[in-house]
Design a protein around this ligand. Structure first.
Ligand code: ADP
Length: 365
């Protein structure tokens, strides 16, 4: 559908060429070994012939014994050389495998996640970014000395153009990446000191494309809470406005949703992910444009549900549709790697040009 066959064929051809070049290099090394081994074998045979002639001349052995010895020894030599060459081949392959394994163990290929030892059982949902600077690579800062504080139970919206770093803020809060400078504090403790469970066990991200497993709806929810009761499951699906849809399915909550939730629409997948977050009941819930593929009616129902949770959970929402965040306690405007302004919808619409433009663009849609 992308009409991209040519690009894929070019990439395939590049890969085949690269593989052939590597194979040629290996062949060259192999031939060098064979050459060395054949030379050694020839030298050995020459030495043996000289020794046997010397022994015949001095009447130590007869010609017949010399011939028999020569055949026997050169046979053994061939065998020894063959073994040496196959061991060298094995050693070479072994080295290549070791290089690959060690480059993973030494974090050269993939950075290993590092966590601290401090454990927080239950958090209230307070956190702070203090002079945080971060870039995915050294040349380009995505967040530049960013500062903000979120209090427990707040509903906070993040707005800004695409690519300004909103999702990055969420990624850093979940410690998907380590920051270059500054501090991220959860309940006043530096995130680097907290163990994995204290960070990941206390927050949920509902992303634009949530991953739904090839299991039943019930089991997709049970993944995050093994002892999930039917009542909890019905409630979560009701809050996520998914209950009516599930009741209409032939096997209701036991319907298998297919690979990556193939039988569900984009909006239904998001609602199932929202239900999963409500089952998990983590103190911090992060919505990354999670309501973008919902129709207006479903979206407003979910907004109501989010508002109902307002004081119980700390909820952060990245939204393209500003209607999702007008009721937030605080809206942060992200621009050029910084929080350029923050306030309520009413405050920002009166004083902030970027926010006014975003609102106007939305009204024109
Ligand atoms: P937003 O959510 O505001 O649209 P993001 O936080 O997703 O923006 O991205 C901010 C910048 O970081 C963009 O320029 C994007 O291309 C870059 N970026 C995002 N994720 C990665 C990544 N995993 N590796 C490298 N660059 C990334």
């Amino acid at each position: 559908m992308l009409n991209a066959q040519n690009s894929f064929m070019i990439k395939l051809e590049e890969n085949i060429t690269e593989q052939n070049e590597k194979r040629f290099e290996m062949g060259k090394i192999n031939r060098t070994y064979i050459y060395i081994i054949d030379t050694l074998k020839a030298l050995f045979e020459l030495g043996l012939i000289i020794l046997l002639i010397y022994l015949i001349k001095n009447n130590v052995i007869t010609v017949a014994i010399a011939v028999a010895l020569f055949n026997y020894k050169s046979g053994i030599m061939t065998l020894v050389m063959q073994h040496i060459s196959s061991y060298l081949e094995l050693a070479k392959n072994f080295n290549i495998s070791c290089d690959r394994v060690f480059s993973i163990l030494d974090n050269k290929d993939f950075a290993k996640e590092k966590f601290g030892n401090e454990h927080l059982e239950d958090i209230n949902g307070n956190f702070e970014f203090k002079n945080v600077t971060f870039g995915y690579n050294e040349n380009k800062k995505v967040l530049d000395n960013i500062n903000f504080k979120i209090h427990s139970g707040e509903l906070v919206g993040f707005v800004g153009k695409s690519g300004v770093g909103k999702t990055t803020i969420f990624n850093l809060l979940c410690k998907m990446y380590s920051i270059q400078s500054g501090e991220i504090l959860i309940e006043n403790i530096n995130i680097n000191e907290l163990d994995e469970d204290s960070i990941r066990g206390n927050m949920t991200i509902i992303s634009q494309n949530p991953y739904i497993f090839n299991l039943s709806i019930r089991d997709n929810l049970k993944l995050v809470k093994e002892d999930l009761t039917d009542e909890e499951m019905y409630n979560a699906c009701k809050i996520a406005c998914l209950d009516k849809f599930i009741e209409g399915l032939p096997n209701k909550y036991d319907t298998i949703v297919g690979e990556a939730g193939v039988i569900l629409s984009g909006g239904q997948k998001q609602r199932l992910a929202i239900a999963r977050a409500f089952v998990q009941k983590t103190k911090i819930i992060l919505f990354d444009e999670a309501t973008s593929s919902l129709d207006n009616e479903t979206q407003s129902e979910i907004q109501k549900a989010i508002s109902n949770l307002k004081n119980e959970y700390t909820i952060l929402i990245i939204a393209h549709r500003l209607s999702t965040i007008v009721n937030c306690n605080k809206i942060m405007i992200v621009e050029e790697g910084k929080i350029s302004d923050s306030g309520t919808h009413e405050e920002l619409i009166n004083r902030n040009c970027t926010y006014q433009v975003l609102c106007q663009t939305e009204m024109m849609k």
